[in-house]
Unconditional design. Structure first.
Ligand SMILES: [Zn+2]
Length: 475
């Protein structure tokens, strides 16, 4: 019997919420495996961008799903409000986009496709949005693979829909949905799982956004998601899969606490010379400049650096960058689908009133005290990553840099399937007991451009051919 791989993602889980009182089962997994102390998300730290990185083992600059709210690639030349925005949370919007493009949504081979080519299978079980589960394996239907969404048959592959028809209907409450999908994995898949499974739990993200980050309701949701995970661990440890199945637990990004709301759209619209441009708002947002007009890119980026509500500012490589502005390539999101100018809202490492470090402004309807992400604070960029199983080193806290792009190559290596070498991520050899240590030494880098009172700092780590984005802030 070949080895198997299970990835369980706790959406939006901050590593500092992995505690004995909240996630005893994640700590149980860590005790029997390797926990990565320096694991990082990608920029922008948004769910579909992260999901695409998990699916391809590549950074956004190569997979091309560069934002949760994506400027429609075919509207890049349309000025102002004429350009459309694709809401990647909605699977129908992604299918429509793929049809219009006549090209795959993700521009790199996916884990599902690579496993299919090796005669193996990927199953996706998700309580995340329909767009989120689709991104994890966009060609599941064509590959004959199984995607089961807790949002109903329309978001499932044909095999997932057939399975769904035999199950109790999924609940509508987010926490109950996460429990439901975990229980479906435990009862229907764990006894004899496919080569690889991704089990995506929408908590603690949903409760963190809406019910207060670190609030009793947020922690209660996390406890329930962890308990559902614990029931999987119980069966795994007691059953035949203990010697066969590797389990990686991870989060896609963290959360920072919202301390204020800013509405960027009317502020931008009040600048008449930016009328040809379009602002896409968010904790991490963008400005689409039609035709890539270099002068307008520079003006829009410079305008952003003069706003007190702005954090980072990035602009298209090749344009004459105004002082203080970083190239998009610095955060590995330089891609034709990226807006020409990217920004984050003002944020910092300060402690929020509720007690967790990391605060940010937000643009949208989320409540003050709720959580959000997309930006570059350590609270958003630090993620959970733990690998346990028959070949994993036990009880190790790894200080090597690691990140979301490393999950797919590590899964392929464990399953003996090719494809890892063409990914941006690396095989996490330091977690496998027969392996040597990584050959490279981590090389920290700091970028710190300034213009008068505006100054932004970005911390990255180079490690072999990988670059990890650690965190950044306006200083
Ligand atoms: Zn997420």
């Amino acid at each position: 019997m070949g080895e198997r791989f299970l990835l369980v993602v706790f959406d939006g889980l901050r590593p500092d919420l992995v505690r004995p009182d909240t996630t005893p089962n994640l700590l149980r997994l860590a005790a029997m495996g390797t926990r990565f102390a320096r694991a990082r998300s990608v920029f922008p730290s948004e769910t579909r961008v992260c999901s695409a990185t998990v699916a391809t083992g590549c950074m956004p600059r190569r997979h091309g799903l560069v934002a949760n709210r994506l400027a429609h690639p075919l509207d890049a030349a349309r000025p102002g409000p004429a350009g459309r925005t694709v809401d990647t949370a909605q699977m129908p919007a992604l299918l429509e986009l793929e049809q219009e493009l006549g090209a795959p949504l993700l521009e790199r081979p996916t884990l599902g496709a690579l496993l299919a080519a090796a005669g193996q299978e990927l199953a996706v079980l998700s309580s995340g949005t329909t767009g989120q589960s689709h991104v994890l394996n966009p060609t599941a239907a064509a590959l004959g693979q199984l995607t089961l969404s807790a949002h109903g048959a329309a978001a499932c592959s044909p095999r997932g829909a057939a399975l769904l028809a035999t199950l109790d209907p999924p609940p509508t409450d987010a926490v109950a949905r996460a429990e439901w999908i975990a229980e479906v994995f435990r009862t229907k898949f764990l006894p004899d799982p496919p080569a690889a499974t991704i089990l995506w739990l929408c908590e603690p993200d949903t409760s963190g956004h809406y019910q207060g980050l670190g609030s009793p309701a947020n922690l209660a949701a996390l406890r329930r998601a962890d308990a559902a995970f614990g029931r999987i661990l119980d069966d795994w440890q007691a059953g035949p899969m203990a010697g066969t199945l590797h389990i990686m637990a991870a989060s896609d990004h963290g959360h920072a606490t919202i301390t204020g709301t800013v509405h960027a759209t009317p502020r931008f619209a009040a600048e008449p010379h930016f009328a040809p441009c379009r602002l896409i708002p968010g904790a991490s947002g963008g400005i689409v400049v039609p035709g890539g007009d270099a002068a307008l890119i520079a003006e829009a980026a410079a305008w952003l650096t003069r706003q007190d509500w702005i954090g980072h500012v990035f602009a298209a490589d090749g344009a004459e960058l105004p002082p203080g502005v970083l190239p998009r390539s610095a955060v590995l999101v330089d891609h034709p689908r990226s807006a020409e100018v990217l920004f984050t809202l003002r944020a910092g490492p300060e402690r929020a009133p509720a007690g967790l470090p990391g605060v940010t402004l937000n643009d949208g309807a989320l409540p003050i005290g709720g959580g959000t992400h997309g930006g570059l604070t350590a609270a958003e960029m630090s993620i959970v990553m733990i690998l346990a199983g028959p070949r994993a080193r036990r009880g190790v806290l790894s200080e090597w840099p690691a990140g979301l792009a490393d999950i797919a190559p590590t899964a392929l290596a464990l399953l003996g399937a090719p494809g890892a070498a063409d990914m941006d991520g690396r095989v996490l050899v330091e977690a496998l007991d027969e392996a040597v240590r990584p050959e490279a030494a981590p090389a920290p880098e700091t970028w710190e451009p300034a213009d008068g009172p505006y100054r932004q700092r970005l911390h990255r780590t180079r490690f072999g051919r990988q670059t990890y984005i650690d965190f950044g802030q306006r200083t």
